[in-house]
Design a binder for this molecule. Structure first.
Ligand SMILES: [Zn+2]
Ligand SMILES: [Zn+2]
Length: 151
């Protein structure tokens, strides 16, 4: 009897959002080094066990929050993971400080969680979700669906 092929609902939800269901080898979703560049305010960097390196800005991560509420919100607004919200046109432009977490901590051995300064912290960023959302040119070229908004 094999349990291979059985997937959890939350994982399916994430896979559907990134339109990517190709299974990744374990070494591709196992971080070797995880750096949260909190003091620099830069973002998250991961060196994967397969030798690949990924980096995400905090702004991207906040707009790619994988919690049910944020996924639902993005679906409604037709935004991809990491794509910033559109500002309502009738409002005067207001300065919104870039998203930054007050802290970050591991969730088990499979994910990382951020305590965003805006009070949101329900998103659990699994290593697999992050690897599938890698922003490097190599990965965004291979899968333009997960590419962030152009800078
Ligand atoms: Zn969220
Ligand atoms: Zn990559």
């Amino acid at each position: 009897m094999s349990h291979e092929g059985i997937r959890f609902v939350s994982k399916d939800e994430q896979a559907r959002e990134t339109e990517e269901t190709r299974p990744l080898p374990r070494i591709a979703v196992t971080p070797d080094k995880v750096r949260v560049l909190l003091t620099e305010g830069k973002g998250l960097e991961i060196d994967w066990t397969d030798g690949h390196r990924s980096a995400w800005s905090f702004a991207w991560l906040r707009d790619a929050c994988p919690c049910a509420t944020c996924i639902e919100e993005r679906k409604k607004e037709g935004r991809k993971a990491g794509q910033p919200k559109g500002k309502p046109a009738q409002l005067l432009p207001m300065y919104t400080p870039p998203a930054k977490p007050g802290g970050a901590h591991p969730v088990g051995r499979y994910a990382i969680q951020f305590d965003w300064l805006d009070g949101h912290s329900s998103g659990i960023y699994s290593w697999e979700y992050l690897r599938r959302s890698c922003q490097c040119p190599e990965c965004t070229f291979a899968d333009t669906e997960t590419a962030g908004a152009p800078n």
